[in-house]
Ligand binder design. Structure first.
Ligand code: MSP
Length: 509
């Protein structure tokens, strides 16, 4: 059985999750579910990045402890599993002294053994927002261009990681796609960055300045730099320190899914660390864009941060999943607005998809006594012949948005098939054989649709299957090849009761 290890980045816990975090989690979930359907042995890891100056400062400002903040907010991120119906197999926390710390320290020791760590003095800027040491030339009007805040000027003794030593190797691995960065434009960015020259990276902070983190092995007066600590989650989460068998099974990761702002840490830094430690590199890094709110960057000060839970409470998990997957171009930036959300929900979920399911199930209930009718020998619906399995193309090429749009076209064509064949007339005219055939085609098409939709909208898929009288999809035992055969619905079986999948939103209210 082919193994497939996929990760999201791990989120900072200085606030609650917003729809940007939800986007990454849901995209990753789709890919994980799709690979399970294909029969692969999947491990999907997510978690929280809890150390560093950002949290230490927040705790100081709020007169509380970093631990207290970590407990509350990490739990809010873990809750996304339920809110978004994520299929992650595990959730790692960098504050976990049993699971994460020993592995992060083991990696540090490997870097020391490889002579890739040395002590020096750092004299320069640090942006707490980025949790990164930045140079003067990166600043715009003296401020961090991302966070628009003035960085701290620090001079202190640090350990450094010799990233510059690995530049050529990293570049070669990206170019020969041993480490594939997608979309390709992002790979070019990193190649350009490497060509411009890599600097060694400060890899620790003095404990007296930052104690909220993992102590440097054999030198507890220093704290491991938060990015060194955080990146190691990808290996500590699969047993790097204490479970060799597990680690060898899963590592290297097949895909790291990350946002565009943190690619520079996932490459060149992370591959540099792995090369130094003599560990295999991840196979792919997929980079998604940013979601804005009503055309503006989400920010607490603007008060436009969108809480995924609010959307889910109002309209359900799949409505949010659908919006994020369909409306935000998978490889690019996109926007959320309630207006657009309601538009897409009403047009595509309530009218197109919901309407198709309900009219087909209602007609089958009326005309076939809620049983799967008998198809004729040539029941394959060539006239609606856009049944091509788009998931391979769409998901494997990271164009989830395009895959969903294709499914939308399929749904439309099925609605057209109903309009053209007019089963109510066939019934009236007693054309039973043709009626049965049309209904069989439609019901069987809905079965296919339930499979196509599954990775994106698992709850909806199972609701459709219930109405067809089928069991829920069980990812572990599902046989995609078999289920793709036309003719899976068996004549005479009972179908379920119709139910409304997506009640229409009254936009005037
Ligand atoms: N803790 C680091 C990641 C460490 S991974 C070893 C971090 N955390 S974060 O909470 O700031 O971001 C987590 C993920 O959410 C990142 O991939 C980031 O790009 C993504 N997003 C944060 N805001 C976003 C949007 N507005 N839109 C889409 N994704 C965004 O970075």
């Amino acid at each position: 059985m082919k193994k497939f290890y996929i990760t999201t980045s791990i989120s900072y816990i200085n606030g609650k999750p917003h729809i940007g975090h939800a986007l990454e989690a849901v995209q990753t979930d789709v890919i994980a579910r799709w690979h399970r359907l294909k029969g692969e042995d999947v491990f999907f890891l997510t978690g929280t990045d809890e150390h560093g100056s950002k949290i230490a400062k927040l705790a100081e400002d709020q007169k509380t402890t970093p631990q207290a903040i970590a407990e509350t907010n990490s739990a809010a991120f873990a809750q996304l599993k339920t809110i978004l119906n994520l299929s992650n197999d595990d959730f790692i926390r960098t504050s976990d002294q049993g699971r994460h710390w020993p592995g992060a320290q083991k990696l540090w020791r490997k870097l020391v053994e490889a002579d890739a760590i040395y002590k020096g003095t750092y004299n320069g800027f640090y942006c707490v927002g980025c949790e990164a040491f930045i140079t003067k030339k990166d600043l715009v009007d003296g401020k961090c261009p991302i966070h628009k805040t003035s960085p701290e000027l620090i001079k202190e003794e640090n350990y450094f990681f010799k990233l510059s030593n690995y530049a050529d190797q990293i570049k070669a691995k990206i170019q020969n796609k041993e480490l594939e960065i997608l979309p390709v434009g992002r790979a070019k960015e990193i190649i350009n960055m490497i060509d411009a020259g890599l600097h060694d990276v400060s890899f620790s902070r003095p404990k007296e300045k930052l104690s909220w983190g993992i102590p440097v092995p054999d030198d507890p007066e220093h704290t491991i730099y938060v990015w060194c600590d955080a990146l190691s989650n990808y290996i500590t989460g699969v047993g790097f320190d204490d479970d060799e068998k597990k680690f060898n099974k899963w590592w290297p990761a097949d895909i790291h899914v990350v946002g565009k702002d943190i690619l520079r840490f996932h490459s060149p830094l992370w591959p540099g660390m792995l090369l130094a430690a003599n560990l295999p590199l991840p196979k792919q890094i997929f980079v998604h864009g940013f979601v804005s709110s009503n055309g503006h960057k989400m920010s607490k000060s603007l008060g436009n941060v969108i809480d995924p839970e609010e959307i889910v409470d109002k309209y359900g998990t799949d409505a949010l999943r659908y919006y994020l997957l369909r409306e935000i171009p998978t490889t690019d930036d996109g926007d959320f607005s309630w207006k657009r959300f309601e538009e897409i929900y009403n047009n595509e979920l309530a009218d197109n998809l919901g309407n198709l399911i309900s009219r087909v199930i209602v007609m089958a209930g009326k005309y076939t006594d809620s049983k799967i009718p008998k198809p004729t020998a040539d029941s394959y619906p060539h006239n609606i012949g856009i049944f091509k399995y788009i998931n391979d193309e769409g998901i494997d090429k990271f164009r989830i948005d395009l895959a969903i749009k294709e499914i939308g076209i399929l749904i439309k064509s099925l609605n057209q098939y109903v309009d053209e064949k007019k089963p109510w007339l066939l019934h009236k005219e007693n054309k039973t054989e043709e009626l049965n055939n049309v209904l069989y085609n439609l019901l069987e098409s809905l079965r296919w649709l339930s499979i196509l939709l599954y990775p994106f909208l698992p709850q909806t898929s199972n609701k459709i299957r219930y109405q067809l009288g089928l069991d829920d999809i069980n990812e572990k035992s599902f046989n995609l090849e078999e289920e793709r055969e036309w003719g899976g619905l068996k004549e005479g079986n009972d179908i379920g009761k119709p139910s409304i999948l997506f009640p229409k939103i009254d936009t005037k209210a």
